[in-house]
Write a protein that binds this ligand. Sequence first.
Ligand SMILES: O=C(O)CCC(=O)C(=O)O
Ligand SMILES: [Fe+2]
Length: 326
Amino acid sequence: MEQQNTFPVIDMSKLNGEERASTMEMINDACENWGFFELMNHGISHELMDIVERLTKEHYRKCMEQRFKEMVATKGLEAVQSEITDLDWESTFFLRHLPFSNIAEIPDLGDDYRSAMREFAAELEKLAEQLLELLCENLGLEKGYIKEVFYGSKGPNFGTKVSNYPPCPKPELIKGLRAHTDAGGIILLFQDDKVSGLQLLKDGQWVDVPPMRHSIVINLGDQLEVITNGKYKSVLHRVVTQTDGNRMSLASFYNPGSDAVIYPAPALVGDQGEADEKKSSVVYPKFVFDDYMKLYAGLKFQAKEPRFEAMKAMESAVNADPIATV
Ligand SMILES: O=C(O)CCC(=O)C(=O)O
Ligand SMILES: [Fe+2]
């Protein structure tokens, strides 16, 4: 099948019918060439999405907007004259779902918002796991392979970053979110259907991720690049601000467990020929996910390659240590 030239939109209902094979191919093409795709008919109720959107926007107005304006005033951001490279024009809070939910402990959330977010997270978790299965099928990996790798001893880390990108007077000088790749596994994004802003880098050009009502945008994080040994890649993306309109986005990160060991799937390494040849074609490192996250915390807005190199260096250090190898 030919490469898609426009942002890939996948109709998941087609996975149940005659167009299953071509839809699976579209997903594979999106994973290989875009690192992103947008899902329609993903099975999450539109009514629930509408409730989540309404409550998120209400919560922003009631609890977050004033705080954001104060931050802007304190830092004098309205009047900046040169590019700001050390902060983002976004208002966010984070909800954790797995291994343990912290939704009960987050202040200022109404009961209706808490319960809508619990229900939404449960739906997204199912969708994430379904997608990982589709990826395994496309990659020729055993059923459940990626889910098992992610499991570690306590199961996956799963959380939602709730963001608003308020109107910004200087979009050319301040990004909503600076360019980065995501560290984790698979990311499911419920974004505003009216105010755009998310862009990904493809062939050296920033391409808009089109707002579509009731869609879920998917992108792949660094861990899937490692597990697929580079067959799929995490892709740079950023959020640009707008002078008009507030953009809502809920980004849910389905990530490996903290102690999960991440490494290229043996089935995707080398040509299955000579053992030595096979070994030399391994390009991605093996590491504990939490070690990667510690490194990422300070290097999020830098290229991923040095992060992979640093993990490789750690791996060699472990292998060279006589105590660690006995
Ligand atoms: O808000 C968005 O659209 C994207 C957010 C994002 O890329 C992130 O939080 O990693
Ligand atoms: Fe991201």
